[in-house]
Design a protein around this ligand. Structure first.
Ligand code: ADP
Ligand code: ZN
Ligand code: ZN
Length: 730
């Protein structure tokens, strides 16, 4: 009898599979099972993609697989189909695609963990509870007062709860146990009565059977989350599971809480901050059907939920759904693909839908349901542009803005200042010689962090002490140029010392749980000033926010990226939507040196729908996506020469291939062009841009080309990746 040959996809960049002999005792294997194999000097975990009785590899060359780890495919069939599609569509190694869909533990070959859900139960009596000191421990006991909670419940309810729970367990006030079947607590909050538009949306979604994509196009505060909750309730009641994707989990603690309070089912979160153990646990529980709802970020699009009946993807336009390195998939596009292969409905929600989805609606490929009214406040904030020209500015803020801040605070409202630059100042310049402190490894100046007394690079990890003299001429006359969030914070503390000032940017919320704490404080509704980066534009529901001031809107007008206008409109409309969400009327002031700029005019005084129509017309005329299709070959290297040689060779190869395929003229190839950030962490970066009127011709040409590039040894240690449907065009 001849040996069984296994075709195995390995997590290496090559776009092909590898043949191995099956382990001696193995006579049959299932496609999708994990296998441990020798690869060079190492061992690797791969995936069976097929088997055969013969192979091209010489008998003395072929190696034997060490062990087969799974009796069945580790992936559900529909997920497997989606992953195969993704590898083909993104021209990425199947082994890498499959590995990236698994939690780290399983990727490394650990076995599926079949133990039950971990639960916690309160054992303390009232006097013991009264004696507990820590605020977090108290909060945990309060959560456990009337119900036992699972680990995943706790992840949803309170960030960073484990340490405090350990303390409580140590004192014998809480006990942990395991259950195989989770009986969720029954008493859950009822939602508000739906308004007419919400009711229509919910009905359309609930009646949908089979693959049906919806664009829930609802202005900020129109009650989209309420629609998701009702749709999810219906699906859960039919015994099916729900997948909910959000752009960034840390930014949406309120959304998590709402799902937890309203839906009586076992839920889990999946995002990049989970430990390996938590992640593989949630993954396994979803697969066995113990968990019925997963709330997660980008990579949760691969959550293997059993009997998945509905996918919800919030803030569909958000760029964080696009993976920005290695396997550059778009979670929205794969979610659509997955819903299609499962034949289930999918709801994409946004107040500022992407042009891609709006085009899909106009072509009848997606059904639009709209919410045009605010659900609770009924008031759309009043927006206006503040002309900065010839004004006496204080740290970039106009007198009119400062007056508005004082008035809002006096009226008891909260104020948000959007400044999308962290740090104190964008750069430090010498007044004597003009020298600017640059990052030696990146093509950017260093950012001044004055409180910390450091100069930091925001593009690599460089972090150096601040000296009080110019490194070039030793002059001590150094000017901090540009306004960062810390600088605005200092001014606010000086001008409005009676009111608290809360800064929310990546520096101030780097500790786990600190963002949630700050957002909780804001929920209390006391008047205060919030200074935030674009983090603050997303999803937050702050009932007492009365005024939003936008700084630096003009930065978005000077970008080379063809998506810049779309992105600026989305950001400003989203941040404006934070204001006036309850009884309070909202005011939004957009500061600009270009008050006549048509885009800013439209953002301030027109609807997003009209802006989007104009931008779509522009994209037709300029032959950019979504009307044309794009791909980029991004590369970086320590040597600029090696980088350009690689890209020029790659371009020549592509042009030759186009001749052979008779596709000359059907794809435009631009470059090599330096990236927007031409050097980062010591490596030069550049790219080729491919644009084609037909998706098919683009993929026909790119497939063999990228396969050849991957198979070759590129001299000069050039790294490269292919970006299909790039989101960033820089
Ligand atoms: P979106 O997700 O569209 O920004 P939300 O779902 O967060 O909007 O709703 C905004 C606010 O309106 C929330 O405070 C929510 O509780 C409230 N809300 C939503 N639907 C209704 C309704 N039908 N009646 C009353 N309040 C509602
Ligand atoms: Zn740097
Ligand atoms: Zn100098």
């Amino acid at each position: 009898m001849t040996d069984l040959i296994l075709h195995i996809a390995l997590p290496v960049p090559l776009l092909r599979h590898f043949d191995y002999l099956a382990p001696l005792d193995v006579t049959a294997v299932n496609v999708g099972a994990r296998v441990r194999v020798p690869f060079g000097a190492r061992r690797m975990i791969g995936f069976v993609v097929g088997s055969a009785r013969s192979t091209q590899i010489a008998p003395d060359k072929i190696k034997r697989a060490i062990e087969v780890l799974d009796a069945q495919s580790i992936f559900p069939t529909e997920l497997w189909d989606t992953l195969l599609f993704a590898a083909r569509y993104y021209h990425h190694s199947l082994g890498e695609v499959l590995a990236s869909a698994l939690p780290g533990n399983l990727r490394e070959g650990k076995t599926l963990d079949q133990k039950g859900l971990l639960m916690f139960s309160k054992r303390a009596n009232d006097s013991q509870i009264a004696a507990v000191r820590g605020a977090k421990q108290k909060a945990l006991l309060a959560l456990l007062a009337n119900e036992d909670l699972s680990e995943t419940d706790l992840n949803l309810a309170m960030p960073a709860w484990r340490t405090s729970m350990k303390l409580l367990e140590g004192k014998g006030l809480v006990q942990r146990f395991q259950v195989s079947h989770y009986q969720p607590p029954m008493a859950k909050l009822d939602g508000p009565l739906l308004n007419a538009e919400q009711a229509i949306a919910v009905q359309a979604i609930n009646e949908a059977r089979g693959f049906k994509p919806f664009l829930l196009d609802g202005i900020t505060g129109s009650g989209k989350t309420e629609v998701y909750l009702r749709a999810a309730l219906d699906v859960l009641a039919r015994g099916l599971a729900v997948l909910v994707l959000v752009p960034e989990i840390g930014l949406t603690p309120q959304t998590l809480r709402r799902f937890r309070e309203r839906l009586a089912c076992a839920q889990a979160v999946m995002h990049s901050q989970l430990s390996d153990g938590e992640r593989s646990y949630a993954w396994t529980q979803a697969k066995t059907g113990a968990i019925r709802l997963v709330l997660g970020t980008r990579s949760a699009v691969f959550a293997p939920l059993k009997d998945l009946g509905l996918i919800i993807l919030d803030e569909e336009h958000d760029g964080s759904y696009k993976q920005q390195d290695s396997f550059r998939y778009h979670a929205r596009d794969l979610a659509l693909k997955r819903a299609a292969s499962l034949k289930i409905p999918i709801v994409l929600g946004s107040a500022t839908p992407s042009l891609e989805m709006l085009k899909a609606v106009s072509e009848g490929r997606m059904q639009s349901v709209t919410l045009t009214q605010r659900a609770a406040s009924q008031q759309i904030p009043a927006q206006s542009l503040v002309d900065l020209r010839n004004q006496d500015l204080q740290e970039g803020l106009a007198p009119r803005s400062l007056v508005a801040i004082r008035e809002s605070l006096m009226a008891g409202a909260q104020v948000l200042i959007l400044r999308n630059r962290r740090g104190f100042a964008a750069k430090l310049e010498c007044h004597s010689c003009g020298h600017v402190a640059q990052c030696p490894r990146c093509d950017r100046p260093l950012t001044l962090h004055r409180q910390a007394g450091r100069l930091r690079c925001h593009y690599c990890d460089l972090n150096q002490g601040l000296r009080d003299e110019c490194s070039s001429c030793k002059s001590t006359e150094l000017f901090a140029l540009g306004v960062g969030t810390q600088r605005v914070e200092e001014l606010m503390q000086k001008l409005f010392p009676e009111w608290p000032c809360i800064r929310i940017d990546r520096d101030s919320v780097s500790q786990k749980g600190s963002l949630e704490d700050k957002l909780d404080t804001l929920q209390l509704g006391q008047p205060c000033i919030v200074i935030g980066t674009q983090m603050m534009a997303k999803g937050h529901d702050l009932p007492e926010l009365g005024l939003v001031i936008v700084m630096g809107a003009d930065d978005g007008l000077h970008s080379e990226d063809f998506r810049a206008s779309e992105r600026l409109a989305q950001l400003l409309i989203q941040v404006a939507g934070r204001a006036g969400r309850s009884k309070r009327t909202g005011v939004v002031l957009i500061q600009t040196h270009q008050p006549e700029n048509p885009l800013l005019q439209h953002i301030a005084y027109d609807s997003y729908a009209n802006i989007a129509q104009r931008l779509l017309a522009e994209r037709v005329a300029t032959e950019f996506p979504p009307y044309h299709f794009a791909a980029m070959l991004r590369a970086d290297a320590v040597s600029l020469l090696a980088l350009n040689t690689f890209l020029n060779n790659a371009k020549a190869k592509l042009l030759q291939a186009l001749v052979k395929l008779e596709l000359t003229g059907s794809i435009n190839v631009y470059g090599p062009i330096p990236s927007g950030l031409a050097k980062r962490a010591g490596r030069y970066r550049a790219q080729l841009i491919l644009i084609a009127p037909q998706r098919a011709s683009l993929h026909t040409a790119v497939g063999p080309w990228i396969s050849d590039l991957r198979a070759e040894k590129s001299p000069g240690n050039v790294h490269f990746s292919l970006d299909i449907d790039p989101y960033d065009f820089q």
